[in-house]
Design a protein around this ligand. Structure first.
Ligand code: EPZ
Length: 416
């Protein structure tokens, strides 16, 4: 299968943002911490979530995933195994590790897969869990962890890590005693996870600057939870509203979550009007070039770097994007250059020379956010662009071709 885009169409209208994949993933892992039932609302129907749901079923979860709702319960654990064939396309397994050792005392989980965007180390996860008292060995692509009882720890993350923070946080809610975690990541998905865990009875204090203090409990209860909107999807559609004479209103948005992007776009001349949970975007007459660097939240997100790069091919002048989080996150550049972009990579910086006229070609997506940037490239390009390997897109964007078609795009799924 591939995605065929007949480019050059004006986009206008309202697009509604789905729930956040990267909030729903750890929240589903948190289900392991209790034997009670859970109900989640606003869960995006994307491949990575389906993988997580399957991995939970494999360890004993009962439930259903219908119409963006998940009802799920793990009354007793059937197994401590998270097999490679279920989780090889996603990072789901690593999020299961902490909660599974905390509840079960044993976990054998496949080393995480996910986007090939560079070194994606898990040493902080393992350091923290070992400090809590788990014995961890890595054998034949599996993390094998045992523990009689996890204990509270003091741990300072050497660098900010999103899933690292989530993993240790979840494990600490069932550990004996107090944990003090410093230099934790500050992404909104983490705050949403804290809200869920607190509603389950966990005792968590979130202080300023990434300090988390968790007092462990012996049991946690079930909960009902609505997942926050996806800030990366939000940002992607705001970027889509920023070229040609598009007129997009992004609905179910939390503008605060993408402040860094909105500031960059304003500097590019894009007109942004915020009205509560709506962001109205009107393109600049001439898009101005900018220099941007990716940083942990609240800085400019690495997950929007590729999409912004596509837009910058339409800016008059030279722009630079420095990627500071992942060391191989430039795979979209070669594909954008096939469409006619003029982008050079120097070290960890992409230098984008614009404005370039893009023309449809056959290109291939390599990872989730890269595929969104290629789709945007196809919307800008004249003629037909074919994006191969659309699975990557469907891992994290709910109904993106359909949502864009509702705005006036001409996108089809084709057999290839
Ligand atoms: C999360 O990945 C997201 N995934 C990613 O989303 C996102 O790009 C990334 O955070 C950064 O914002 C999920 O939430 C499921 P990190 P994660 O640990 O947690 C280094 C998307 O497109 N590091 O914050 O894996 C690491 O190598 C994706 O939805 C260590 O050195 O990222 C990287 O350089 C892809 N040791 C940096 O920290 C560790 O133990 C940040 O990684 C952990 C991380």
């Amino acid at each position: 299968m591939a995605i065929a885009i007949n480019g050059g169409k004006k986009l206008s209208g309202i697009v509604k943002i789905s729930g956040a994949k990267n909030a729903a993933l750890p929240e589903l892992a948190a289900v392991i911490l209790s034997s009670d039932g859970f109900e989640f609302e606003g869960v995006p129907e994307v491949e990575d979530i389906k993988v997580m749901f399957k991995a939970l079923e494999n360890i004993g979860a009962e439930g259903e995933f219908v119409s963006n709702r998940i009802k799920v319960k793990i009354p007793s654990l059937k197994s401590g195994l998270v097999p490679r064939d279920i989780v090889e396309t996603s990072r789901a397994s690593i999020l299961i590790l902490g909660p599974l050792i905390a509840r079960n005392g044993y976990a054998k989980v496949s080393l995480p897969g996910g986007c090939p965007i560079g070194d994606r180390k898990i040493d902080f996860h393992l350091q923290g869990l070992r400090k809590m008292g788990a014995t961890i060995n890595i054998k034949n692509g599996y993390i094998i962890a045992n523990s009689d009882k996890l204990c509270g720890i003091e741990y300072t993350f050497p660098n900010k890590s999103v899933t690292g923070t989530e993993n240790l946080l979840m494990a600490a809610t069932l550990a004996e005693g107090e944990s003090v975690l410093t230099n934790c990541a500050l992404e909104p998905e983490i705050s949403d996870l804290i809200n869920l865990l607190s509603s389950m009875g966990a005792d968590i204090k979130q202080e300023e600057n990434g300090l988390l203090i968790i007092k462990g409990k012996t049991t946690l209860k079930g909960s009902k939870h609505k997942v926050i909107p996806d800030r990366i999807e939000m940002g992607t559609y705001v970027i889509a509203g920023s070229f040609f004479d598009n007129e997009i209103i992004v609905e179910n948005a939390i503008p605060e979550y993408i402040k860094s992007l909105l500031n960059v776009l304003k500097n590019m001349g894009v007109k942004i009007v915020i009205d509560k949970n709506r962001i109205k975007v009107n393109p600049a007459e001439d898009i101005l070039p900018v220099d941007v660097e990716t940083k942990p939240y609240p800085g400019f997100p690495t997950d929007l770097q590729a999409q912004l790069t596509t837009l910058l091919t339409q800016a008059k002048g030279v722009s630079r994007i420095q990627e500071n989080i992942f060391n191989k996150r430039f795979k979209h550049i070669n594909e954008l250059n096939k469409l006619g972009a003029n982008i050079e990579i120097k070290g960890n910086t992409a230098i984008i020379k614009g404005k370039t006229e893009l023309r449809g070609k056959v290109i291939k997506s390599t990872d989730l956010r890269a595929s969104a940037s290629l789709l945007l490239g196809g919307l800008i390009a004249k003629g037909e662009t074919i994006v191969e390997n659309p699975y990557q897109l469907f891992r994290g964007y709910e109904n993106m071709p359909e949502k864009l078609n509702q705005l006036g795009a001409d996108i089809k799924l084709i057999k290839r």
